[in-house]
Ligand binder design. Structure first.
Ligand SMILES: NC(=O)c1ccc[n+]([C@@H]2O[C@H](COP(=O)([O-])OP(=O)(O)OC[C@H]3O[C@@H](n4cnc5c(N)ncnc54)[C@H](OP(=O)(O)O)[C@@H]3O)[C@@H](O)[C@H]2O)c1
Length: 365
């Protein structure tokens, strides 16, 4: 439990006076996803950040210092740890020290480092969560809030699926729950790089993913195996969002209309549905401008954005577009996932409500 005080440069800092019974969360990797997960954990009353790791001193360490998050080194050797002190940062130790004071570690390291990190988490006897850059086979269990919270209750470790898979699950799972079966074909129009990346592309080309089908659609089946889904993907020169173009075949007798599908999503947590023509929000640039107006840090949009006027049911075939803020849609999912692993909230809707209202309070929204 704690209250928010104003930190330097307007960063909220949680002042704690009683942390008994609060889930202690370590964040291994404090980059694009890690810094956002840390903020979202800090916003909650039932969990706290016990430390974050960086590989070495860099400008990103200043954010941890401003937020009051204890800073640890990714590595355990003295030489790596001492480099922080030499650059003016207080370092509380190596990864092993951090794992020894935490209940659960959220792995936010770059993809494909999972196997190495998993062995460290297992040796520390700690619960662990990976991100979508790792394969399902690493943990044998994956997570999104609406699809399989209960399956993840009290598990030792899991993987929060990628931004694209999270986005697909947000709109497809409620459709599946209504219809009882679903066949989906979709195309992921993917941002080439995150805004902070300087080493990725393409910058003037459209790059199809030649592994067909792409992994994004089938990855939904790691959290909801009953949905039959395939996908194609292309990378385009933009940094701000992914767009999904989706065709879903509904079973006979589904009883839905275009209007009732829109109503269904209007009542779905973490989905925003708006009329693009009426609101003059017809591109991802405008969606992101709206997100900046909302006032979440970094201009994030945790919700999946669906264009109401792009939804159309023709016979039993549903067509729609949605936009995904790749850097942030998985952030609230990570918070719900912590509660699932720790077994502290079995109802995913209650967890979503707790997570989202705490984040709104944190940013004064
Ligand atoms: N970015 C997205 O849009 C997005 C969306 C959904 C899921 N994901 C997934 O989230 C994970 C993290 O991606 P990201 O975009 O946040 O990456 P990122 O911005 O590159 O950040 C990675 C962080 O991990 C640290 N790191 C580097 N090597 C490490 C190691 N061996 N052990 C622990 N930490 C290490 C880096 O330290 P330094 O800061 O010191 O270099 C950095 O803080 C990946 O699995 C990715 O696929 C990313």
């Amino acid at each position: 439990m704690g209250m928010l005080i104003e930190g330097s440069q307007g960063h909220p800092i949680k002042e704690r006076w009683n942390t008994v019974g609060v889930i202690k969360v370590a964040i291994n990797g404090f980059g694009t996803i890690g810094k956002r997960v840390a903020d979202a954990v800090d916003a909650q009353d039932d969990m706290e950040v016990v430390g974050v790791t960086k590989t070495g001193p860099s400008f990103g360490c200043d954010l941890a210092v401003k937020k009051g998050f204890p800073l640890y080194c990714t590595f355990d050797d003295e030489e790596s740890i001492s480099r922080f002190g030499m650059n003016g940062y207080e370092c509380s130790g190596g990864l092993s020290d951090l794992l020894s004071v935490a209940d659960v570690v959220v792995d936010c390291a770059p993809g494909k480092l999972g196997a190495d990190n998993l062995s460290k988490y297992k040796s520390a006897g700690i619960k662990y969560m990976f991100q979508g850059g790792e394969k399902h086979s690493l943990t044998g269990l994956s997570y999104t809030s609406s699809a399989n919270h209960v399956e993840n209750l009290n598990a030792q470790g899991t993987r929060v699926v990628s931004c694209n898979t999270t986005g697909l699950s947000r709109t497809l799972v409620p459709l599946f729950e209504h219809c009882g079966s679903l066949k989906v074909e979709c195309t992921m129009i993917r941002r080439a790089a995150d805004p902070g990346d300087s080493n990725r592309g393409p910058i003037n080309a459209i790059k199809p993913v030649l592994k067909v089908p792409s992994h994004h659609g089938p990855d939904v089946m790691t959290v909801k195996p009953e949905i039959e889904i395939n996908s194609l993907a292309v990378a385009v020169p933009t940094t701000i969002m992914h767009v999904h173009s989706i065709i879903a075949d509904l079973p006979p007798g589904h009883g839905l209309t275009t209007e009732s599908v829109i109503e269904l999503w209007s009542n779905t947590p973490r989905v925003i549905i708006m009329n693009g023509s009426e609101h003059r929000i017809t591109t991802t640039a405008e969606v992101m401008e709206m997100a900046r107006d909302i006032g979440r840090k970094w201009g994030d949009l945790h919700e999946i954005f669906v264009w109401e006027d792009g939804v159309k049911l023709v016979g039993d075939r549903l067509y729609y577009f949605q936009a995904i803020h790749q850097e942030s849609d998985v952030i609230p999912e990570n918070i719900d996932c912590i509660r699932a692993l720790m077994g502290t909230e079995s109802d995913w809707r209650k967890s979503v409500e707790m997570t989202d209202s705490a984040i709104s309070r944190y940013y004064g929204l």
